[in-house]
Design a protein. Structure first.
Length: 138
């Protein structure tokens, strides 16, 4: 039992050191959903509150393809660079890859960016207002 507690504490300490956030990493699951018959195009939840080091797990549920694109307007140069760096397999500036088929996942580790609101949208469904907001906190 004592080894288990020490192992857990060591793992949490290592996570804190690696992420530099001083808190345990949290995973925020966001589903991407479309139902054209009901005029539903959404991220669920549409508002995500996270800290640097947390993971945003985007998962397509219906209506793929989807993707995640952060709004460039109003971003500081360091924030822009940090978000681009956090997005693997980018298809463009601040733009993740197309996610298809349904069930596809995309992960972003929230980078060390200034607290604030970072808006994102799904490019294939932008005309239908499929949008979300990442609220970064300390």
């Amino acid at each position: 039992m004592r080894i288990s507690v020490l192992t857990t504490m060591a793992a949490l300490l290592m996570l804190t050191v690696l992420t530099g956030t001083g808190h345990a990493q949290r995973v925020h699951e966001i589903t991407l959903e479309t139902n054209a018959n009901q005029d539903v195009y959404r991220f669920s939840p549409a508002n995500v509150r996270a800290r640097p080091g947390d993971v945003l797990l985007f998962r397509t549920v219906s209506g793929s393809p989807h993707n995640i694109v952060f709004e460039a307007a109003g971003l500081s140069a360091p924030g822009h660079e940090a978000l681009n760096g956090a997005m693997s397999r980018r298809s463009g500036d601040l733009s993740g890859p197309l996610l298809s088929p349904n069930g596809a996942e995309y992960r972003i580790v929230v980078p060390a960016i200034a607290p604030g609101r970072y808006q994102f949208f799904c490019l294939p469904h932008r005309a239908y207002d499929e949008r979300g907001v990442l609220q970064v906190t300390k």
